[in-house]
Design a protein around this ligand. Structure first.
Ligand SMILES: Cc1cc2nc3c(=O)[nH]c(=O)nc-3n(C[C@H](O)[C@H](O)[C@H](O)COP(=O)(O)O)c2cc1C
Length: 198
């Protein structure tokens, strides 16, 4: 699977099932996140991989009710970091950018390995910190559910979530977010379609 194929294959599926989540997988995913670019090579990301059933149960308490589907995941990853561990250039704090890039690399690698890696915002950072002993000064930005895509739909999914299992949520057309030589200037010949070239 090349990068294009991994990007196309990645989906935020919510019907997850068992997968082998051994040390080798953790090291592999961490290695790919490690190679993400960061401002000044600060590498501000911290990942707490969680697979122990007891610790997972504690972390489940931090999930919003709409994310109950994550309880079926054999591994959850909390992604956190401190603002001061990355570039702060006037009003630009790069922590979130760095965490996002590293998370994207990890998610794409998981996809290449045939896994689902689904990051969410619907969780309590305070409860996540408490469950995992994450220090107060670390922002918890996302929790990633990792598992294998299950054949059967997870029974806790809402009708909207069931719809999204079958079909990728629609994207903005290119002309809403792609400009050439100045903000708001469209591509020559318009930019309809999704831009998929390969
Ligand atoms: C920052 C972020 C927060 C998200 N939060 C949630 C969430 O709380 N619950 C959920 O089920 N999905 C969540 N998602 C997944 C998105 O809903 C999903 O990526 C989007 O609908 C596009 O679908 P696709 O990833 O399958 O293409 C989140 C994704 C991101 C990147």
């Amino acid at each position: 699977m090349n990068v294009h194929e991994a990007i196309e294959a990645r989906r935020a599926y919510r019907s997850l099932g068992a997968a082998e989540v051994g040390d080798d997988l953790i090291r592999d995913l961490a290695r790919h996140a490690q190679l993400a670019p960061s401002c000044n090579n600060n590498q501000p990301w911290r990942f707490v991989f969680v697979r122990d059933p007891g610790v997972l149960t504690g972390l489940h308490e931090a999930l919003n009710s709409g994310n109950a589907w994550m309880k079926a995941a054999p591994m959850l990853i909390a992604v956190c970091g401190r603002v001061e561990d990355d570039c702060v250039i006037k009003d630009r704090e790069y922590l979130l950018f760095g965490l996002g890039l590293a998370t994207a690399f990890l998610v794409l690698r998981a996809t290449e390995l045939g896994l689902v890696a689904h990051p969410v915002a619907g969780f309590s950072p305070a409860k996540t910190r408490a469950a995992l002993g994450i220090p107060e000064d670390h922002k918890v930005i996302t929790v990633i559910a990792v598992g294998r895509k299950a054949d059967a739909l997870n029974p806790v999914l809402s009708p909207n979530q069931i719809r999204q299992e079958a079909e990728r949520p629609e994207r903005l057309p290119l002309d809403r977010f792609v400009f050439l030589d100045g903000f708001g200037r469209g591509l020559p010949g318009g930019s309809a379609g999704n831009g998929a070239g390969a």
